[in-house]
Design a protein around this ligand. Structure first.
Ligand code: 5AD
Ligand code: SF4
Length: 486
C-alpha cells in the first residue's frame, strides 16, 4: 500500500485540488498519512500569490532532502501555482523532485500520469523492501518523465471514458477529514479567472475561467454529504460569474440546487466579486438560510476609488458600500469578511486613509490584510513598487489594530445570545472548537462525541478572536445526544 502526504499551501482552491487528488489516489488503494516520515509519496501544492508564499516553499523543499536520503524510493511531486510558471527551473534546481505539474495542466492527463507513478512506486517499494536497494535498471513501466506535460505528449494519451469521469469528479475537489475532526468538503465550481486585477498572479497561474457542470457539482456534493461532510465550501475566484457549460444556469441556481440536496449540512462559498454580486444570489441565501450560511466574504482590496481603478477592480468606493448595504438589507444579521491590500504602487497616505474609512464604515467581522507583494506576470509589476517597506508595514499594523478593535465590539454583540454551531475539533487548550454559520469561532466544554455535530451554544464571553460559550442543546437531527446544560 502506498502512503501519500499532502503539503498544501495557499487558498482554498488549492485545498480543494489536494482533496480531489487525495480521493482519486484513495480510489487506487493509497492511504493519506499525516507526516512526511510516514510517506512513500509527498505531493506539494504550491501558492504564488505573494512572494512570501513562494519562499516558504523553497525552504520546505530544502527540508525534504533528509527524507529522500532516508528513503531512496520516496517520490516528491510539485503541483499548483508555482509549478505553473517555474516548472523547468524547479526540475533543474531540485534533482530529488520526481515530477512537476502546473495548475493549468490538463487534469485528466495528470491523474493518468499519477496512476503510473503509483505503479512504479509499488514496484520500487517492494524491490527496496526485499533488497534495500533500488532496481538498477528501470523495470518495464509506462513512460515517466519529470515534466508531466511532456510525458503525456510522449505517451500519445488516449484516456478511457471512465477515467475522464473519475478525474472530472476529482478536479471538483473533496473532503478533508483529519483524524478527530469534522468532515468538510471543498468543491471547485470554477477554475481560473478572467478578471485580471493588476496585482494578481492567479490569471497567469490558473488560466482563463471555466465553470464545471452543475450536474457534476451536485453529484460531488451529494457524494460528500453521504460520506459525512457537514460543511461544503464552494470555491471560485469569482463565484458570481459561474455559468453551467451545459445549461447556462448561473450561481443562484447552483446555490439553490446544492441547498436542495437532502441532509444536515452547511454551505459556504468564496469568493464573490463586488462588481458582480447580484440580488438573486442574496435572495437565494436568505431563502435557504438553514443550509446557506449567512456569511459573505466580500473582498474590498482598497478604499480609494483611484487605487481600485489602478487595481482594475472595476467598482468605486461608493459602489462597494452600496453592495454592502444591499447584502445587509436582504440578509439581516449577515457577517461580512474581506481582503485588503495596503501599499499598492502609487497608493498615497490619504488614499490608504480611505481604506481605513471604509473599514470603519462597514464594520467587517473579519479581515485578511496584506502588504502588496510585487509579482512577475502581473500588470502592476511594471507600475514599480514605490511605497517604502517600513511605510507599508506601518499601514498594515495600524489597519490590523483598527480591525481587531472592530472585531471585539462586533463579537461582544453576541454575548448572552444563543447560536447554532458546528463542532470542528478539540482545540489545543482542551476545549471544543466550533464555528457558527457566520464563521465566528466559539470554544466551550464538551465531549469528543460532539465533534462533527451541530449544537446550540449560549455565548458567555467575547474576545477579539473567539467567543466562549456553554453548551445548551444538541440541535443536530442526526444525533441522539440531547445534552442540556442548566
Ligand atoms: N500582494 C498582496 N496581496 C495579494 N493578494 C492577491 N495578490 C496579491 C499581491 N500581489 C490578496 C488579495 C486577494 C487575496 C487572496 O490575496 O487581497 O483577495
Ligand atoms: Fe486575482 Fe482578481 Fe481574479 Fe481574485 S478576481 S483571482 S484577485 S484576478
Amino acid at each position: 500500500m502506498i502512503s501519500v502526504f499532502f503539503k498544501t499551501y495557499g487558498c482554498q482552491a488549492n485545498v480543494a485540488d489536494s482533496a480531489g487528488i487525495a480521493s482519486f489516489l484513495e480510489g487506487l488503494g493509497c492511504v493519506q498519512v499525516e507526516t512526511e516520515a510516514a510517506a512513500d509519496l509527498i505531493i506539494i501544492n504550491t501558492c504564488a500569490i505573494r512572494e512570501k508564499a513562494e519562499q516558504k516553499l523553497y525552504s520546505y523543499l530544502g527540508e525534504l532532502v533528509d527524507f529522500k536520503e532516508a528513503l531512496p524510493y520516496l517520490k516528491i511531486g510539485i503541483i499548483g501555482c508555482v509549478a505553473s510558471y517555474r516548472k523547468q527551473e524547479m526540475l533543474k534546481r531540485f534533482s530529488y523532485v520526481s515530477f512537476v505539474s502546473g495548475a493549468r495542466d490538463e487534469r485528466t492527463s495528470f491523474l493518468t500520469y499519477l496512476s503510473d507513478v503509483i505503479v512504479q512506486l509499488q514496484t520500487e517499494k517492494q524491490f527496496f523492501e526485499k533488497t534495500l536497494t533500488l532496481p538498477a535498471v528501470s523495470v518495464d513501466l509506462p513512460v515517466l518523465n519529470r515534466d508531466v506535460k511532456a510525458a503525456m505528449k510522449a505517451r500519445d494519451l488516449v484516456v478511457p471514458a471512465a477515467r475522464i469521469k473519475e478525474s472530472t469528479q476529482a478536479a471538483l475537489g473533496g473532503s478533508l477529514a483529519p483524524v478527530g475532526e469534522v468532515r468538510r468538503a471543498f468543491i471547485n465550481i470554477t477554475t481560473g479567472c478572467n478578471n485580471y486585477c493588476t496585482y494578481c498572479i492567479v490569471p497567469a497561474t490558473r488560466g482563463r475561467e471555466t465553470s464545471y457542470s452543475l450536474e457534476e457539482i451536485v453529484m460531488r456534493v451529494t457524494h460528500e454529504v453521504a460520506q459525512g461532510a457537514k460543511e461544503i465550501t464552494l470555491i471560485g475566484q469569482n463565484v458570481n460569474s459561474y455559468t453551467c457549460p451545459e445549461t447556462g444556469q448561473r450561481f443562484a441556481a447552483l446555490l439553490e440546487a446544492v441547498a436542495l440536496i437532502p441532509g444536515d449540512f452547511w454551505v459556504r462559498y468564496i469568493s464573490p466579486h463586488p462588481k458582480d454580486m447580484t440580488r438573486d444570489v442574496l435572495e437565494t441565501m436568505a431563502k435557504y438560510a438553514d443550509k446557506l450560511c449567512s456569511w459573505c466574504h466580500f473582498p474590498l482590496q482598497a478604499g480609494s476609488t483611484r487605487v481600485l481603478e489602478l487595481m482594475n477592480r472595476t467598482y468605486t468606493k461608493e459602489e462597494y458600500l452600496a453592495q454592502v448595504e444591499l447584502i445587509r438589507q436582504i440578509i439581516p444579521g449577515v457577517t461580512l469578511s474581506t481582503d485588503i491590500i495596503v501599499g499598492f504602487p502609487g497608493e498615497t497616505h490619504e488614499e490608504y486613509l480611505e481604506t481605513l474609512e471604509v473599514v470603519d464604515a462597514v464594520g467587517f467581522d473579519m479581515a485578511y490584510s496584506f502588504v502588496y507583494s510585487r509579482r512577475k506576470y502581473t500588470k502592476a509589476y511594471n507600475m514599480g513598487d514605490t511605497c517604502p517597506a517600513e511605510e507599508k508595514s506601518a499601514r498594515l499594523t495600524e489597519l490590523q489594530q483598527k480591525q481587531r478593535a472592530i472585531e471585539l465590539v462586533r463579537n461582544q454583540q453576541h454575548v448572552g445570545k444563543n447560536m447554532r454551531v458546528l463542532v470542528e475539533k478539540r482545540s489545543t487548550n482542551g476545549k471544543l472548537l466550533a464555528r457558527s454559520a457566520g464563521n465566528s469561532r466559539v470554544v466551550f466544554d464538551g465531549d469528543d462525541g460532539l465533534i462533527g455535530t451541530f449544537v446550540e451554544i449560549n455565548v458567555l464571553e467575547a474576545g477579539q478572536a473567539e467567543l466562549r460559550g456553554v453548551l445548551r442543546v444538541d440541535t443536530s437531527s442526526d444525533t441522539k445526544i440531547k445534552n442540556v446544560v442548566a
